[in-house]
Design a protein around this ligand. Structure first.
Ligand code: SAM
Ligand code: SF4
Length: 330
């Protein structure tokens, strides 16, 4: 395998997140404003053929794993067809999806038939009124049906459930999620709130850290840490009493930048080398001119070489990127 994707800090890049749309059917407090954002025009968004070509080039130079995200990927018309096109990429090892689950009941079967290998569903509360409060949509029952629909396919197991960890919200969810993780096959993971919200409400204090959540859990259920997989962003624990696993993704309180192997492609074809990048590299213009695959590979390897050493969320003078999470592709 050709492996040209290295940065100047000695990290090999093997993981790509692709945002397939900036649009979303939810308006999560920590991500989008209540009224939504100005959407990209149709012609600004990469076509399925353009995404497939870029992924093929990226895999040929070292990408191994691709996760499809957004916005909400399932609102993109014929999204399962894109999954089918990407799953035929020679050398791609893992093709996965992050979704809010609202349309999963409709699409689960088509996604699996087209080759999706793993699915994460974002659910921030297991109580209907609080789910409504955080997502601004009264959709928990629909999302739970979607979760069950995808979990009916053993080939995509384990299905992971991701919950944002926000102070004065998530505390009340923690034990409910523990019961859920212990009584089902889902691995529940708490993700620290990051300063990528459109409302710019994030403050350091608004993050409920993984350590704080662990303390809340361990007051009731002892936990044992499992060995960490290489480049895993989550620290995963099992309940000592048995049944279920719980994970913590702590980008704010325990940054994992030194081990980062990830880059991102936005829906309109900008390459981002860090979630918090303030500079991006346009790939759409070369794609739509007569650039060869080799030319595009060269643009990508140059950009990756300049990948940021680390994010500076915890440093004075931190500047949040102009894009919010939904426009980056989380
Ligand atoms: N719409 C899909 C979903 O919600 O799963 C995919 C896109 S969403 C931007 C991807 C992930 O980013 C979700 O798990 C979401 O909870 C997370 N996310 C959004 N805003 C965030 C923020 N400010 N801090 C941390 N995670 C965030
Ligand atoms: Fe939409 Fe996902 Fe952002 Fe929620 S987190 S508003 S579901 S893109």
């Amino acid at each position: 395998m050709d492996s040209r994707l290295h940065d100047a800090h000695g990290r090999r890049i093997t993981d790509l997140r692709v945002s397939v749309t900036d649009r979303c059917n939810f308006r999560c407090q920590y991500c989008m404003p209540a009224d939504g954002l100005p959407w990209l025009e149709r012609e600004e968004i990469l076509s399925f053929e353009e995404i497939t070509r870029l992924v093929r080039v990226l895999v040929s130079i070292g990408i191994e794993d691709v996760r499809l995200s957004g916005g909400e990927p399932l609102v993109r018309r014929e999204f399962p067809r894109l999954v089918g096109m990407l799953s035929e990429t020679d050398g791609l090892q893992d093709l996965s999806l992050t979704t809010n689950g609202y349309l999963l009941e409709r699409d689960a079967e088509a996604l699996v038939e087209n080759g999706i290998q793993r699915v994460n569903v974002s659910i921030d509360s297991l109580a209907r009124d609080r789910f409504f409060q955080i997502t601004r949509r009264d959709s928990l029952p629909q999302v739970m049906r979607g979760l069950e629909a995808i979990a009916a396919f053993p080939q995509v197991h384990p299905v992971k459930v991701n919950a944002i960890a926000m102070r004065d919200f998530t505390e009340d969810e923690v034990l409910r999620f523990c019961d859920f993780a212990r009584s089902t096959d889902y691995q529940v993971r708490f993700i620290e709130f990051m300063p990528l919200d459109a409302d710019r409400a994030w403050t350091p204090d608004s993050v409920l850290t993984g350590a704080e959540i662990r303390a809340l859990i361990e007051a009731v259920h002892p936990l044992e840490e499992l060995p960490r997989e290489p480049h895993a962003t989550a620290r995963v624990f099992r309940f000592t009493e048995g049944g279920g696993e719980i994970g913590f993704i702590n980008p704010v309180s325990e940054p994992f930048c030194a081990d980062c192997n990830r880059i991102r492609l936005t829906a309109e074809g900008k390459l981002r080398t860090c979630l918090f990048s303030v500079n991006e590299t346009d790939l759409r213009e070369p794609l739509r001119s007569d650039a060869s695959d080799n030319d595009i590979a060269g643009i990508i390897t140059d950009a990756v070489w300049r990948k940021e050493l680390k994010h500076r969320v915890n440093e004075p003078g931190f500047i949040a990127p102009p894009r919010t999470m939904s426009a980056i592709g989380g």
